[in-house]
Write a protein that binds this ligand. Structure first.
Ligand code: NAD
Length: 442
């Protein structure tokens, strides 16, 4: 199939290389000419494992990038919209969606053949049929369901594992306004083996929000329990082990072995969730529920617990070192999770800003996200290139991202004449592995 993808960020670019890899001809469209240039050179503007390899293999063969949206739509059979849908403080901000829909609509006005437009961005229920479809009709002066099809195919990839997730999806949701739109989406995803759900666009939108909201709820629930454990002198890691062994969470197979579902990772304590999805999606659904006359009380608490969680790291630090003025502190990890350079809404940023606000001198290390973090914190924080330099002459070390590289910390710290206090925001180290340890939920 010939596919155009409008918006070439994390989702758009990963989808583009994935679809090209399975044989589709893909044109990436972005308003950012620098991104377009890099992609055409075979250089990914973002970091994701395996992305560079797939991009290099497909660029110029089955994948191209351009700023010319109209040409991309005219030269393809199906367009995916993968632009950003940020939260504006009160509601989901659909400005990029509206603009993309207008431009695609204009292009459809110049096209005689049938075309399908499908939203891949995360949008609140009703957006595809209530916002995108009317704009497409108005701008093209054509009729949806007759001259063109409309769909909603949410994306479930996880940053850090984005390419692997896209290539081996767990489910594919094919939301279409009619059978013809759904058929086109089914053809697009035919090379992928996964459970496929055919549904309408609004249900597809709701599936995406429900998934993210549930995962965020598990995290905030675990963090609230962790804070209580710390308050009553219990280690949340021991508690969680007992909970995870419930066979409803870790089923026992006939041979006696357990299945350890990935969902258990969301039932671990930490310094809070971040990233470009969970915070904004949960907030958007809360606002959507409120407007629909259905307040989302659980989700309001999920956000409340999460926003308070980075402060737990400061509380732990002050417990041992009450005066932070002039204190040398290393912040380890800027990315909101390992495997990505994305620092959007990372708890690490909140903690670093609080440290600076209280007069601490902050050194930061992240194996991948340094460049992104420097754009935001550069000048206030000293960024270093290695774990070793991060540990040099600091009173405390704060683990904010679960990078595998940080597992070397006990060995490195053991070799130091004055071991720093280690504050484990991800509970990734054994508590007796370093001389002075503190962790969330301990
Ligand atoms: P992003 O900000 O990384 O990328 C968006 C891109 O769209 C940018 O490159 C921007 O320049 C481009 N753009 C904006 N308006 C445009 C226009 N009119 N024409 C062409 N290009 C335009 O965003 P992202 O992280 O890829 O997320 C995109 C959507 O996918 C969001 O709705 C997000 O919630 C959803 N999503 C993201 C993830 C994730 O892990 N990042 C996972 C699933 C779903």
């Amino acid at each position: 199939m010939r596919v155009s993808i409008v918006g070439t960020g994390y989702v758009g670019l990963v989808s583009a290389v994935g679809l090209a890899e399975v044989g589709h001809h893909v044109t990436c469209v972005d308003v950012d000419a620098q991104k377009v240039h890099l992609i055409n050179q075979g250089v990914a503007p973002i970091f994701e494992n395996g992305l560079d390899t797939l991009l290099k293999r497909n660029v110029g063969v089955r994948l191209w990038a351009t700023c010319d949206l109209e040409a991309a739509v005219l030269g393809s059979d199906l367009t995916l919209i993968a632009v950003g849908t940020p939260f504006d403080g009160e509601h989901i901000n659909l400005a990029q969606i509206r603009q993309a829909a207008s431009q695609i609509g204009e292009a459809l006005g110049h096209k005689s053949r049938y075309h399908v437009v499908s939203v891949k961005s995360t949008v609140v229920p009703g957006t595809t049929t209530g916002v995108v479809l009317p704009i497409l009709e108005e701008r093209s002066a054509k009729k949806a369901g007759v001259d063109f099809g409309v769909g909603m195919t949410p994306e479930f990839l996880r940053e850090g594992d984005a390419v692997a997730d896209f290539m081996s999806p767990d489910r594919i949701v094919l939301g279409g306004i009619d059978e013809r739109s759904q058929d086109a989406l089914a053809e697009l995803y035919a090379p992928f083996v996964a459970d496929k759900i055919r549904t309408n666009p609004t249900t597809a939108e709701m599936i995406k929000y429900t998934t993210n909201s549930l995962l965020a709820t598990l995290i905030s629930f675990s963090n609230e329990i962790a804070n209580l454990c710390a308050a009553v002198g219990v280690d949340v890691v021991d508690v969680q082990r007992g909970v995870h062994l419930d066979k409803r969470f870790s089923p026992i197979q006939a041979d006696g072995d357990r299945i350890w579902p990935a969902s258990l990772r969301y039932l671990e304590a930490g310094c809070g969730f971040g990233g470009s999805c969970f915070p904004k999606d949960v907030k958007a659904l809360i606002a959507f529920g409120r407007d629909a006359g259905n307040p989302m009380r659980v989700l309001e608490s999920v956000i409340g617990v999460n926003e308070a969680q980075p402060a737990q790291m400061l509380r732990l630090l002050r417990k041992h070192l009450p005066d932070l003025r002039g204190l040398n502190v290393a912040v380890l990890g800027m990315a909101f999770k390992p495997g990505t350079d994305d620092i959007r809404e990372s708890p690490s940023l909140a903690v670093t800003r609080s440290l600076l606000g209280e007069g601490a001198v902050v050194k930061a290390f992240d194996p991948i996200a340094r460049r992104e973090a420097e754009k935001v914190l550069g000048g206030c924080v000293k960024f270093v290139d290695s774990l070793e330099s991060a540990l040099d002459d600091v009173a405390a070390v704060m683990i904010m991202t679960r990078w595998q590289e940080f597992e070397r910390l006990p060995e490195l710290i053991a070799a130091l004449p004055r071991p720093p206090l280690v504050l484990d925001g991800r509970r990734m180290l054994a508590k007796d592995s370093v001389a002075r340890y503190e962790g969330i939920g301990l």
